[in-house]
Design a protein around this ligand. Structure first.
Ligand code: UD1
Length: 433
């Protein structure tokens, strides 16, 4: 079975180029099927989740032409009203294939999509998606593991989201963009990828204003035309490498980023004791010879601290002096990595949605299992900070969202390798002693 093996304990230094945002691409790729002309999507990360989304699009009759690893042409013209069933197989692999629900409902006024799964980080209801579609005039039914949304016509509505939801905001925004009349989404999520999907929809002819604030105003249009669009850089991939600098007491510059999207992460790393330099499209985290101090974080919707950075930050906090506290306010089951970190010596006590972390001076290498995508990346960071050898299994979860992870880490000086047998692991250990 494939796993990462590594020998840690040394500062990692250098530059890393960040790819396109996974979560933005998932919305943009789904939205691309709404046009009957080709859309050229650039800066798409070549990761498992985006590839599954492309397969799902092909599965409903969309034409997908891979220009290169990061560029894809999508044409939704061949999808027919009767071909709007998105199979279980895809939804089980990636939760975000439910974006096809909003996209297809908007375009064909009918969509049938399997109920979503996704990372096991807590119960993930979809009531706000359903509330939004219903307000637009769709009849939404759930049965046999599928959601069916159907409407004679979609009409603009005033929708108040009871919880701030990235997924529901994107899904309802897509459907409303091809509804008749005006829609207002209040208490909308403000994440950078909401803005990215809105910009893409606008580039196809939609009329969406206010994305990035908590009120989004949409004037429905009749149809979309083709477009060429480049995805924004990945905030979470960038943040992951920033915490890597802190955990290994290194000096890493993340390039091709939007520093504003990283402000919550930069502020916390600064508070902990790292020096942060911001440039136009890069951020440098210098943690060389620093003594890291305790802090507190509470995960919140953007612009608050992202829940997708919580495990990586915990790895740094566990190496910081004093007692640090994490409050996870978005998902209830996001501390499953704690037992794995404990194997490396971390002292973390979880009570409900709070983790109390007593700092230690160093980790000791251990064999670990990735519980989900971001926690998996966090365990790799811990392994690279730890003394001795570590291994992380279940790396297909990490590959859902990180492209060429081990190569990027190697370029920063990490001793890490992807192996798929004990023999290869032994070879790695002999090579890096
Ligand atoms: C998206 C991201 C995920 C990130 C999360 C929070 C994608 C593909 N995934 O997930 O990486 O961790 O945002 O930033 O972009 N909720 C409801 N009812 C709903 C929808 C959500 O109660 O109908 C709740 C959820 O249980 C959760 C909170 O709202 O507590 C936020 O979830 P949401 O923003 O919808 O997350 P996702 O879109 O699934």
């Amino acid at each position: 079975m494939e796993r990462f093996v590594m020998k840690g304990g040394r500062p990692l230094n250098g530059e890393v180029v960040i790819g396109g945002a996974k979560n933005a691409s998932l919305g943009v790729l789904a939205a691309a099927v709404m046009a009957d002309e080709p859309c050229l999507i650039e800066n798409m990360p070549d990761v498992r989740d985006t590839n599954v989304m492309l397969q799902a699009i092909e599965g409903i009759g969309g034409k997908v032409e891979r220009i290169d690893a990061h560029t894809v042409k999508i044409n939704g013209a061949a999808i027919s009203k009767d071909n709007t069933v998105v199979d279980d197989e895809f939804i089980r692999k990636i939760r975000a294939s439910y974006y096809l629900l909003g996209a297809l409902l908007g375009k064909y006024k009918k969509a049938i999509v399997a109920l979503p799964g996704g990372c096991d980080i807590g119960s993930r209801p979809i009531d706000q998606h359903i509330k939004g579609f219903t307000a637009l005039g769709a009849k939404v039914e759930i049965g046999h593991g599928m959601i069916t949304a159907e409407a004679e016509r979609l009409t603009g509505a005033h929708i108040y989201m009871d919880v701030v939801s990235v997924g529901a905001t994107i899904n309802v925004m897509m459907a409303a963009a091809l509804a008749e009349g005006r829609t207002i989404i209040e208490n909308a999520a403000k994440e950078p990828h909401i803005v990215d999907v809105a910009n893409f929809l606008n580039s196809m002819g939609a009329n969406i204003k206010g994305a990035g604030t908590d009120v989004i105003r949409i004037r429905g249009v009749e149809k979309f035309h083709g477009s060429t669009y480049a995805i924004i850089p990945d905030q979470i991939e960038a943040g992951t490498f920033m915490t890597l600098a802190a955990a290994t007491r290194g000096d890493i510059t993340v390039r091709n980023v939007i520093p504003k999207h990283l402000e919550a992460i930069s502020a916390k790393l600064n508070e902990i004791g790292c020096t942060i330099h911001e440039y136009d499209d890069a951020v440098r985290v210098d943690a060389r010879e620093r003594t890291l101090k305790n802090t507190q974080i509470k995960t919140l919707p953007y612009p608050g601290f992202p829940t997708d950075m919580q495990p990586q930050m915990a790895v740094v906090m566990a190496l910081s002096e004093g007692t640090s506290i994490i409050t996870e306010s978005i998902f209830e089951n996001r501390f499953r990595y704690v037992d794995e970190l404990a194997r490396m010596g971390a002292k973390i006590q979880v009570e409900g949605n709070t983790a109390i972390i007593s700092g230690i001076s160093k980790y000791t290498g251990a064999d670990m299992v990735a519980p989900d995508l971001r926690a998996g990346a966090a365990l790799v960071i811990a392994g690279l900070a730890a003394e001795g050898y570590s291994a992380v299994e279940n790396i297909e979860l990490i590959q859902r969202g990180y492209e060429h992870f081990e190569e990027k880490l190697q370029d920063l000086g990490a001793s890490i390798s992807l192996v798929d047998s004990d023999k290869e692991e032994q070879k790695f250990k002999l090579r890096v002693v």
